[in-house]
Ligand binder design. Structure first.
Ligand SMILES: Nc1ncnc2c1ncn2[C@@H]1O[C@H](COP(=O)(O)OP(=O)(O)OP(=O)(O)O)[C@@H](O)[C@H]1O
Length: 889
């Protein structure tokens, strides 16, 4: 028999509960419906199949005959299950019982009270290190705006982009931030436009995308909504003057949150408009390539990220700030210097540093606790956790008082110890509260007189029972008489069958069992109603007191958030000082010139990993680049050397050192001198982008195009093995031309690693390009990688040697050596022939092979004399072209 979903079935054929289910499901067809039935949330039909698969819970059936698939989770344990479904990208509608089943004779009323979506998750299972952003993308002619809200912490920001690349930049910013959910207006022409389709493709990486109504993305609707939420008449105070698109994007986010949460959003009382140029710009490709927060390969361990190497933060707020700062390092010299001053002063103060770290340790996530309290999902234990964390703030303030640097002072000013909130919570809630308010016993004795009295009645009830039991035994002479309670029959007197003859007349029969009878008396009934009423009233008063406490805490929400932000920054700076002291990091110095000078630099992640694995010491290296217009120093370093020699490590290390320095952190180097970098570009290896429908080479060229078109002299560019994704000579030519362009037109600090040794000849022509190589030592046992950077080009590539180390079969290696010798011989021959020719000829000499190929493929027997002459003419023209340096290949 086919199972008809209640949504399609006629209402008449359904049970009343299923009718309610169908009505709720109709309103939320795209969500898994968690339907509250007593102590369980039940799921039915398709929802049940999905939930049982995703949560690995038993699938049963509600109605054997119609076999309606069903599964359920206990309501008190639902949070974990909900969180798992949200992480998998599902939307969930929670349908609650709106009445107490005990108080109604009819079926209880049920309503969907909350819709949970990946972007609006606030559960305690969220990663403490990471924001959970709900994002929106608003497009209009020539402008693209995005807004990001972390509902769990209240962090809310927005930005907009204009110009031809607006959509691309907005998409890049979005993908970099990795929102849990993206809101957009599906019907908007720009979302369906062929021209923008390519730019929007990258959004494929965001798993949950939700289309919302067009009106939510209009200025008339979204802006007043935002103003109301923020409690202002104008958005100017939030930096939104003249940024209407950003305000609309933010309003649309609010619209969605209000519709799904149906609770106050008191903790969202501020928004920040930011510009990308405020910080060191790192596009999504660079964030990925440099493994700042995620590893490049899905099987890679998290230890390989810069975040992991740097994170010794003590609080979740500090960890989140570190992580988000890594994606947006500073670009303002003054701000960076203030951080250096703070780090330096604490670095020298071991005792204060340890005091700070121990005060920070154990401070829970104030931002998220506040979020839960505001959204009414906080449990009594959350409130207590807040208070316990606040208890540490006076110590934290005390430790800060010994520090004089600017940032420490300003954070001390921002850090409200919130003693009033802490003492009110601690004097209201018991030390070990039960899980929910409904269990009772959450509020302390002495808070509310009536509550204390009622509790005394409940308590004395137990003593009264014993007294009644004793008195009735004496009165009736039945020694086995018992006074008992159960939830169905309430209080009763139980008398065994053998003693029934002695039951007094005023006993009223209640229930008959096999061996006994149960009775009640007017006195017992009265007693029962007093006790039960007292209990219910207790819960009612406790709920009211808890709500008052909640309102009190929310009224201090702004102060709590401010303290939370101060704690995050204190934790971040303390972490930097800790790293500096622990790992011997040094204070960089900032210059106006576009210089990057590293002496004795180490790779912060590789160094840590080598230490952890006990794999010896990282070899420190120097680097010198000066891209200032008047500089004689090199702007471009061309790095050659064998595979495994350490070229990529050297390149990445340069970028990571700059990122650390612009975070305000000290760096793993004997010294670092640098001019502020506006943007880091990377073109590293082959990023697998087949999912986005582009070949490896296409991706490489697109990324290179972005660099060549948008880099400035203040940028830092890393190009690792550019051109290797295509035929050797195409790749070589492209790399050659790109280097010339970088040298002549951009002049940015550039590191270019390559296996094309031909490129090293460029150093003779381009005065600001310098060759360096990674050193190797040849020993009778094979090559040894020195990992040290030396001046000059590499003379050999050692590819076959590295292949030997990798364990290629000996026969293959032997054959490869023979082939290599032949090639080298013919190369030498060519070079000998061409020694008098211009430089380019040496590079393109092997292109003469194309002429040989054409001759070989020509069938002379079928050629007419005229065709033969034409062929000769074409070949000569080709050779002339090569000599003029244009090249045909
Ligand atoms: N300075 C260093 N000190 C110690 N070990 C290093 C150093 N630089 C690199 N290594 C180690 O050498 C290995 C190879 O480094 P890397 O990947 O940078 O080489 P590569 O020259 O880019 O190789 P390929 O050309 O094959 O990509 C890495 O495992 C790294 O840990």
């Amino acid at each position: 028999m086919s199972i008809q979903s209640p949504v399609e079935a006629s209402d008449a054929s359904l049970t009343p509960a299923m009718r309610q289910y169908a009505a709720a499901k109709r309103l939320h067809p795209d969500a898994l419906l968690f339907f509250r039935m007593g102590d369980f949330y039940e799921l039915f039909f398709e929802d049940a199949t999905i939930a049982s698969r995703e949560l690995q819970i038993q699938l049963t059936s509600r109605d054997r005959e119609r076999s309606v698939p069903m599964c359920g989770v206990p309501y008190h344990a639902a949070e974990g299950y909900l969180a798992r479904l949200l992480r998998k990208g599902y939307r969930i509608a929670i349908c609650e019982q709106m009445e107490d089943p005990k108080l109604t004779k009819k079926i209880v009323r049920r309503e969907v009270t909350r819709v949970l979506t990946p972007g609006t998750a606030i559960d305690s299972g969220l990663s403490a290190e990471q924001n959970n952003f709900l994002a929106s993308l608003y497009l209009d002619e020539g402008v693209a705006a995005i807004a990001l809200l972390d509902l769990s912490t209240g962090e809310f920001r927005t930005t907009e982009f204009t110009g031809a690349a607006a959509i691309e930049q907005a998409v890049d910013e979005l993908t970099k931030t990795k929102p849990a959910e993206l809101l957009y207006e599906a019907a908007h022409p720009l979302f369906n436009d062929a021209a923008s389709a390519e730019s929007l493709k990258a959004l494929a990486g965001i798993r949950t995308k939700t289309a919302i109504d067009a009106y939510a993305f209009t200025a008339e609707y979204a802006i007043p909504l935002l103003e109301r939420q923020l409690g202002t008449h104008s958005l100017d105070g939030f930096g939104l003057t003249g940024h209407g698109a950003a305000a609309i994007a933010a309003g649309a986010v609010l619209h969605y949150v209000r519709n799904t949460q149906q609770s106050e959003l008191g903790h969202i009382d501020s928004i920040r408009f930011y510009e990308r140029s405020e910080c060191l710009q790192l596009d999504q490709v660079t964030v990925r390539n440099l493994e700042l927060v995620d590893t490049l390969f899905s099987d890679g361990s998290a230890q390989a990220t810069l975040f992991h190497a740097l994170d010794c933060c003590c609080t979740p707020m500090g960890k989140r700030l570190l992580r988000s700062s890594l994606l947006r390092p500073l670009a303002d010299r003054g701000e960076i210097l203030r951080r250096y001053d703070a780090v330096e002063s604490l670095c020298a103060e071991l005792i204060i540093r340890e005091k700070l770290r121990s005060a920070l340790d154990g401070i829970l996530d104030l931002e998220r606790l506040l979020g839960r309290i505001s959204l009414e999902t906080a449990k009594p234990r959350d409130l207590l956790a807040l208070a316990v964390s606040l208890r540490k703030l006076p110590t934290l303030r005390g430790a800060l008082e010994g520090l004089t640097a600017d940032l420490w002072r300003s954070n001390l000013d921002r850090l409200d110890a919130l003693e009033d909130v802490q003492s009110r919570v601690e004097s209201t809630i018991v030390a070990e509260p039960p899980v929910t308010l409904a269990d009772g016993g959450v509020i302390q004795h002495g808070v509310h007189a009536e509550l204390d009295e009622l509790r005394a009645i409940s308590h004395s009830g137990r003593e009264s029972i014993a007294a009644i039991e004793q008195r009735e035994r004496t009165r009736t002479g039945i020694q086995s008489l018992k006074v008992r309670f159960n939830s169905v029959f309430g209080y009763y007197i139980e008398i065994t069958k053998s003693q029934l003859g002695n039951v007094p007349d005023d006993y009223q029969r209640k229930q008959t069992l096999v061996n006994a009878e149960r009775f009640t008396t007017p006195e017992l009934k009265d007693f029962e109603s007093r006790i039960l009423t007292a209990h219910e009233r207790c819960i009612e008063i406790e709920k009211q007191l808890a709500e008052e406490l909640r309102q009190f805490v929310l009224a201090a929400g702004g102060r709590i958030r401010k303290s939370g932000a101060a704690i995050a920054e204190i934790d971040l700076l303390t972490n930097f000082a800790h790293l500096a002291a622990l790992r011997n990091y040094t204070r960089p110095s900032i210059e106006d010139r576009c210089v990057l000078e590293v002496i004795g630099g180490r790779h912060p992640v590789v160094e840590c990993m080598m230490e952890d694995a006990g794999e010896g010491r990282f070899v420190a290296n120097d680097l010198y680049l000066d891209a200032s217009r008047d500089a004689g120093g090199p702007a471009i370093l061309l790095v050659t050397g064998p595979n495994m020699g350490g070229k990529s490590t050297y390149l990445r290390q340069a970028a990571l050192l700059v990122i650390l320095a612009q975070l305000g952190c000290f760096v793993p180097a004997r010294s670092l001198r640098f001019g502020i970098v506006d943007r880091i570009y990377t073109r590293i290896g082959a990023s697998d982008n087949l999912a986005r429908g582009r070949s490896t080479f296409m991706v490489e060229m697109t990324e290179t195009a972005t660099i060549l078109n948008t880099a400035t002299e203040r940028s830092l560019i890393l190009l690792d093995e550019m051109g290797r994704g295509t035929a050797t000579f195409d790749g070589l030519s492209l790399a050659w031309a790109a280097l010339e362009h970088l040298h002549a037109k951009i002049g940015a600090r550039t590191l270019f690693a390559t296996h094309y040794h031909e490129l090293t000849l460029l150093a003779d022509q381009l005065p600001r390009l310098k060759n360096v190589r990674v050193g190797v030592k040849e020993t009778p046992q094979g090559i040894v990688f020195l990992h040290a950077i030396e001046a000059g080009p590499a003379s050999k590539s050692y590819g076959i040697e590295v292949a030997r180390l990798a364990g290629l079969p000996a026969s293959v290696l032997q054959r490869a050596r023979m082939v290599l010798k032949q090639h080298e011989r013919s190369e030498r021959h060519n070079v000998a022939v061409e020694t008098e020719a211009p430089l380019q000829m040496t590079m393109f000499t092997p292109l003469s092979q194309t002429i040989v190929d054409r001759l070989e493929s020509t069938d002379i027997d079928t050629l007419t004399p005229l065709q033969a002459l034409n062929l000769l003419e074409q070949l000569k023209a080709e050779i002339r072209g090569l000599r003029d340096g244009k090249g045909s290949g």
